[in-house]
Design a protein around this ligand. Structure first.
Ligand SMILES: CC(C)(COP(=O)(O)OP(=O)(O)OC[C@H]1O[C@@H](n2cnc3c(N)ncnc32)[C@H](O)[C@@H]1OP(=O)(O)O)[C@@H](O)C(=O)NCCC(=O)NCCS
Length: 170
């Protein structure tokens, strides 16, 4: 199994992979595969942090980290990474693949100098990687998503000390 950057040749296969993966997600709007294309079309897209896992020529998982600004109470925009979406094919679930994609993405993001990652998801899954409720870092959200589901990880320890901000996931 290898984890590598996605390329244009993968885009069709990724579309199908994400679509099928989210059919079994706890929360889905059925459009995550389109969201992937939308993310790629924006300047927040970071090709180096859009990764696939591949096993004998077949894609088995996908993850994206894209730029997301969070407005601070200081009136400035602060650059975070948004982790979304992450998908693993059904046949490879519960074998650590999702974890491997998340950890590899975070490692690459840290090397690139990013400070923190934010996401919306199930805390039972993300706590194991060290993600904590965003509210504990002073971050509320405009959409009123329950605080337990909005989580943050500091790639640079204490980089969010004293931060107060409002995340907008629209
Ligand atoms: C979420 C997903 C990427 C995890 O991939 P995976 O390779 O199966 O995960 P891992 O093998 O790394 O981890 C498995 C563990 O995570 C747990 N887990 C998986 N998905 C979970 C979820 N949505 N919520 C809570 N726990 C979850 C499993 O129960 C298992 O727990 P255990 O280690 O205590 O036995 C995969 O289930 C998937 O593609 N789901 C559909 C899309 C989705 O929901 N994406 C994430 C949105 S938050």
């Amino acid at each position: 199994m290898v984890i590598r950057q996605e390329t244009q040749k993968d885009f069709g296969q990724i579309y199908d992979l994400v679509k099928v993966a989210f059919q079994t997600a706890q929360v889905s709007n059925g459009k995550e595969q389109d969201f992937v294309y939308e993310l790629r079309s924006k300047k927040s897209y970071i090709p180096e942090l859009a990764l696939v896992s591949e096993d004998e020529g077949k894609l088995t998982g996908h993850i994206m980290f894209t730029r997301m600004d969070i407005s601070g109470e200081d009136g400035k925009n602060h650059e975070f990474l948004l982790l979304a979406p992450v998908s693993v094919v059904l046949e490879k679930r519960n074998q650590g693949l999702g974890s491997a994609l998340i950890k590899e993405g975070m490692k690459r993001a840290e090397k690139m100098g990013f400070k923190a990652v934010i996401l919306v998801g199930n805390p039972d899954y993300y706590h194991r990687f060290g993600y904590k409720s965003a509210i504990s870092f002073g971050i509320k959200n405009k959409q009123n998503i329950p605080d337990k589901n909005v989580m943050v990880y500091e790639l640079v320890p204490d980089s969010l000390k004293g931060f107060q901000g409002m995340a907008d996931f629209s």
